[in-house]
Ligand binder design. Structure first.
Ligand SMILES: *Cc1c(COP(=O)(O)O)cnc(C)c1O
Length: 353
């Protein structure tokens, strides 16, 4: 607490990101991609002339928005970009969810959503997951300021099909439905094709996971012109240049290399499926996943002990959420085949399962 802070700053509960360790650990805790970015990104960085940095970047990041528009078969006016999808989400909460009714969200989803709620004074109403640990779309009902969830969901891994999302949108037309597709490239079905019929649908995405560019901070949103205009109004009241020149150019290069993208996401999905089999053979319960992580329930040992042993004795970092519902689980990001092999061996030695 400080006398210099604005009222309310002491009441915020900031998001705690997964640790970024200094020592060399096997890092399976923040869902980064084990594959390098597309080779074209390297070329952009190598040939970038620092002299250009005298100038401000394009405030509209037009080149990147055009590339995204081609990628998703939408018009450039339906694309918004920001400094990571976390920023895009923050702007969207402010642009769409400040109404006199609760914001509906799953009880277990991306833990940044409640943080934005505190920041903006939005009251959330959380809907429990169904018995299969899936987002309960039927549970979204009643008066509300909007709906937000991740699809596939985090940290559970399950994704609903587009047909399920369409049914939700047919019932919910009054407020914005924000679908966070941070993991959709790992086997989920994107809701972007529903945008034409549903002007209240906003889909967000990121280059951090499936494009191996977490360090560059590129996020985006796709939606009707009317929603994008709302986002632009908030963005231009906050920061006109959220993406720097390097991010814009490297983002375009990443999108241009479809073969690299396909190769990497398929490799991650294949490693995920081998890892699942190995973990199940050891006695872990593994939730179905359409993402680049697995949520794994320990049945013989407290998950917190496995987490600590992996870190202290093997230098392997996974994620443990110390909440009532997730205490028995570990969330394990999909690394390279070698990293996952090291994890399985370590778990075997610990006798975990
Ligand atoms: C990683 C993640 C994000 C944030 O992505 P950035 O673009 O790196 O800010 C957003 N939503 C979910 C569900 C995520 O897991």
């Amino acid at each position: 607490m400080s006398q210099f802070w604005s009222p309310g700053v002491h009441r915020l509960t900031p998001y705690t990101p997964g640790e970024q360790p200094r020592q060399k650990l096997i890092k399976l805790n923040t869902n980064e991609n084990p594959w390098p970015p597309a080779p074209g990104v390297e070329r952009v960085l190598r040939h970038f002339e620092s002299e250009q940095l005298r100038r401000y970047p394009d405030p509209e990041a037009t080149a990147l928005r055009e590339a995204l528009a081609r990628e998703y078969s939408v018009d450039v006016s339906q694309v918004f970009v920001g400094n990571g999808s976390d920023e895009v989400l923050a702007l969207a909460f402010q642009a769409f969810f400040l109404h006199d009714a609760p914001l509906l969200m799953p009880e277990i989803s991306y833990s940044f959503y409640p943080v934005y709620c505190r920041l903006y004074g939005i009251g959330p109403r959380t809907i429990p997951l169904n018995e299969q640990w899936q987002v309960d779309l039927e549970g979204f009902e009643g008066e509300h300021a909007g709906i937000v969830f991740a699809n596939p969901n985090a940290p559970t891994g399950h994704g609903h099909e587009r047909a399920d999302i369409r049914r939700l949108l047919e019932r919910m037309r009054e407020r914005v439905v924000l679908i966070d597709e941070a993991y959709a490239d790992f086997g989920g079905e994107s809701a972007v094709p529903l945008i034409e019929e549903h002007p209240n649908l906003l889909v967000t995405g990121t280059f951090s996971k499936s494009r191996s560019l977490a360090g560059l901070r590129i996020g985006f949103a796709i939606g009707s012109r009317e929603l994008i205009e709302g986002l632009d109004r908030v963005k231009d009241s906050f920061n006109s240049y959220p993406l720097d020149m390097l991010a814009i150019e490297a983002g375009v290069a990443a999108l241009a290399d479809r073969d690299h993208f396909e190769h990497c996401r398929r490799a991650v999905m294949a490693t995920r499926d081998h890892t699942r089999q190995a973990l199940e053979a050891m006695g872990f319960e593994v939730l179905p996943s359409q993402t680049n992580f697995l949520l794994v329930r320990a049945t013989r040992q407290p998950a917190a002990e496995i987490f600590a042993a992996l870190r202290e004795e093997y230098g392997i970092l996974v994620r443990h959420f110390n909440t009532d519902q997730l205490r028995d689980f570990l969330r394990i990001s999909i690394g390279s085949e070698d990293e996952m092999q090291a994890l399985i061996e370590a778990l075997g030695e610990i006798g975990a399962g």
